[in-house]
Design a protein around this ligand. Structure first.
Ligand SMILES: Nc1ncnc2c1ncn2[C@@H]1O[C@H](COP(=O)(O)OP(=O)(O)OP(=O)(O)O)[C@@H](O)[C@H]1O
Length: 538
């Protein structure tokens, strides 16, 4: 079954007369309200026009028939819109053809000029004939009212936006008017049923009139449905067909909303809240956009719609975008962190390898050091565990005669006694090394110094001087008398070397150094550092 057929069945199933009366009553109320708005605005704009508070369509049209009020109004809204207005100086009485003081063509001039001006402002116009007939046809007054209310909207817009571009809004009533203009005219009798005038409001439509109106509504609804997508599903139609107990006005509203769908809701956002309030059937295929969101969000947006301002969806979208950015950043950071972790592990592995290599090198070094030490001490052994050096003290004063005949580099010493024959007077001695009278303290210590290192390696070493009185033992071992640091003897130089080497090896070996001073004199040993230095030991 096609849609038109469905709608016709629907209209027949509803109680026709009752539905028609309710529809007519609602439309009449709305038309009266709009006439009142148009008349009030005109009076505010151009002054009293002699019209009642609740004008009938006939009264309203008769007041505007000469076009004077309309021209004055549009000139107030848009100065100069109608350059030449035909003035009428007559009391404010209802104007019929008989009471018109000027020829009708002059009034027609005003109306024609007004309509031209309205066209130039791109506002919905009406036909001049809408004002000419005393017996009005259905919708004639509606067109005029629509035009005046559009002019009113234009005026209000221009007052708020002097330089703005006015885009005329189409209200459902304007749509209704347009439909009427494109359709065949409805009989004046039928139209009278939609009027609020006392003469018409109680009349009951005949069957043929009712059928005509029903056909017209069904045709227009079917045209809208054809223009839109499948806005009505079979469930909805079935429910309508069987919905005998439904409120007829609600039913009509549902049909309109279903047929016009999003197109109408987009043009008139206020219908969204109406639709959400229950006018749309729950099973309708037309769903408000908010229905797809969360319940809390929907409530929130309803509240915002009432305020005329809703930015929650935009905020949510922004937050979702930020969330995505943060997620991307987190992923990037995780990747960088993993890269750093991997790099750190590589560095640690390389460091471990280097430490291992250094440890191996250190072990090798210690092994080599030990070997070197062993070789060193072996050399010292080879040089002899007991070494004897000879130092010749310089001669003093008049004892200038020199008995030293020869000092060899190999430690040989030849002494000649001038008092004895040549052969018997010569004596040869052999030492490890012989230091002549000119040898310095440092030269003597140089040969002793390797033994100090042997001490630090754990070998026992003993150095002592032997000789007759005044031969220079004290001088060689301690140095010249007095506190001079110049020409220090072997004892001081050896101790200095000992502490220096101990300091160099402090990280490897902890040395403990003790000093003891004894004197061996006449076969007796005396502790020189003891408090009772007179105590002796044999
Ligand atoms: N190589 C030297 N050069 C210059 N002066 C020296 C040298 N050897 C010793 N003398 C001087 O000779 C003197 C005697 O030396 P020293 O006192 O050292 O002898 P000694 O062997 O210690 O005597 P004693 O056994 O009586 O103590 C000192 O005045 C000392 O300065």
């Amino acid at each position: 079954m096609n849609k038109k057929g469905l709608l016709l069945v629907l209209m027949e199933d509803s109680s026709g007369t009752e539905l028609y009366d309710i529809l007519a009553s609602r439309k009449a109320e709305e038309a009266a309200w709009r006439r009142y708005q148009a008349a009030s605005w005109l009076e505010n704009l151009v002054g009293p026009i002699g019209i009642s508070n609740n004008p009938s369509e006939k009264e309203f049209i008769s007041r505007l028939r000469n076009g004077l009020v309309l021209c004055n109004a549009i000139n107030k809204v848009h100065p100069g819109a109608v350059p030449k207005v035909v003035e009428i100086h007559a009391p404010l009485l209802p104007l019929t053809r008989e009471s018109q003081p000027l020829p009708a063509y002059q009034y027609f001039e005003n109306v024609k000029n007004f309509l031209v001006a309205v066209e130039e402002l791109r506002l919905p116009a009406f036909e001049a004939s809408d004002l000419e007939r005393d017996s009005l046809e259905a919708g004639s007054g509606t067109n005029v009212v629509d035009c005046i209310l559009a002019l009113k909207s234009y005026h209000e817009y221009k007052q708020m936006n002097p330089n703005g571009f006015y885009k005329p809004a189409r209200s459902p009533m304007v749509i209704h008017s347009a439909i009427r203009n494109n359709s065949q005219p409805i009989s004046s009798d039928s139209c009278r049923r939609l009027d609020m005038s006392a003469a018409c409001e109680k009349e009951t439509p005949t069957g043929s009139e009712l059928k005509k109106i029903e056909d017209l509504i069904a045709k227009k609804l079917a045209e809208h449905m054809a223009d839109t997508k499948e806005n009505m599903d079979s469930n909805f139609l079935m429910s309508l067909r069987t919905g005998n107990n439904m409120d007829p006005m609600k039913l009509f509203s549902d049909i309109l909303l279903s047929c016009l769908g999003d197109k109408l809701q987009n043009k008139f956002p206020e219908l969204k809240s109406t639709a959400k309030g229950g006018s749309l059937p729950a099973h309708s295929s037309i769903k408000p956009k908010e229905d797809s969101s969360e319940p809390g969000d929907s409530k929130c947006c309803q509240a915002c719609l009432r305020k005329g301002n809703c930015n929650h969806r935009q905020l949510i979208q922004m937050q979702e975008k930020e969330l995505l950015d943060i997620k991307a950043l987190l992923t990037l950071t995780k990747r960088e962190f993993q890269g750093l972790q991997s790099q750190l592990q590589t560095d640690l592995r390389e460091l471990g390898i280097q430490v291992q290599e250094m440890s191996t090198a250190a072990l090798g070094y210690h092994r080599v050091l030990k070997e070197n030490r062993n070789l060193y001490n072996m050399v010292q052994d080879l040089k002899g565990n007991i070494r004897v050096y000879c130092r010749i003290r310089p001669a003093f004063g008049d004892r200038t005669s020199n008995v030293i005949d020869y000092i060899g580099d190999d430690g040989s010493l030849v002494i000649s006694d001038p008092l004895k024959p040549q052969k018997d007077g010569k004596k040869v001695f052999q030492f490890n090394r012989v230091f002549g009278p000119t040898a310095t303290q440092d030269e003597v210590f140089m040969d002793t110094q390797p033994l100090i290192r042997s001490v630090m390696d754990g070998y026992n070493v003993c150095i002592f001087a032997y000789g007759q009185t005044g031969s220079g033992k004290t001088y060689t071992m301690s140095g010249p008398s007095g506190r001079s640091t110049k020409d220090m003897g072997i004892n001081y130089l050896a101790l200095s070397d000992l502490f220096q080497m101990s300091n160099e090896r402090k990280d490897i070996v902890n040395y403990s150094i003790q000093v003891q001073m004894v004197e061996i004199y006449n076969e007796q040993v005396r502790d020189l550092l003891a408090e009772d230095s007179t105590a002796t030991k044999n």
